[in-house]
Design a protein around this ligand. Structure first.
Ligand SMILES: [Zn+2]
Length: 144
């Protein structure tokens, strides 16, 4: 399957029945993750079962839109292979430990590359990427 491309020349997610609520909620400005009705674990990426207890009692649930940078990489070249990324270089890609427990891969914006650091507090904001989908991104929480 070829990767769908956005109007901005960036790759779009391949949306499935399993992942659709994540993308459509982001389009509406809501940050949701799967939460287990049995043990209470929030998880990402979407799966048909709970990564902690195996239950299939999962519901898309609003999650705290805040977290901490676990680690990051700074892309300073066009190595990401999509021309749409060039306008944003350097791009800060991070693993974020969300306050509700899941770890999410995401872009940190509104931050100078020499300011990003492990342990930085960040919050979600959203960007529309297609007719059907938005994507959560992160930015530093002012004053932290
Ligand atoms: Zn569970």
């Amino acid at each position: 399957m070829s990767t769908p491309i956005s109007a901005e020349n960036k790759p779009l997610p391949v949306i499935t029945d399993l992942t659709r609520p994540f993308w459509t909620s982001a389009k509406e400005g809501r940050f949701v993750l799967q939460k287990c009705g049995h043990c209470g674990t929030f998880q990402f990426q979407p799966k048909p079962w709970c990564i902690e207890c195996g239950s299939r009692d999962l519901a898309w649930t609003p999650a705290k839109p805040t977290g901490t940078v676990y680690t990051f990489t700074i892309s300073r070249s066009v190595a990401m292979n999509f021309p749409g990324w060039e306008a944003e270089l350097p791009v800060l890609m991070c693993l974020i430990d969300l306050d509700d427990g899941a770890r999410l891969y995401g872009q940190v914006t509104d931050c100078a590359p020499d300011k990003i650091h492990i342990g930085m507090r960040v919050e979600v904001h959203f960007k529309d990427i297609s007719e059907d989908a938005g994507i959560p991104k992160f930015r530093p929480i002012a004053g932290t």
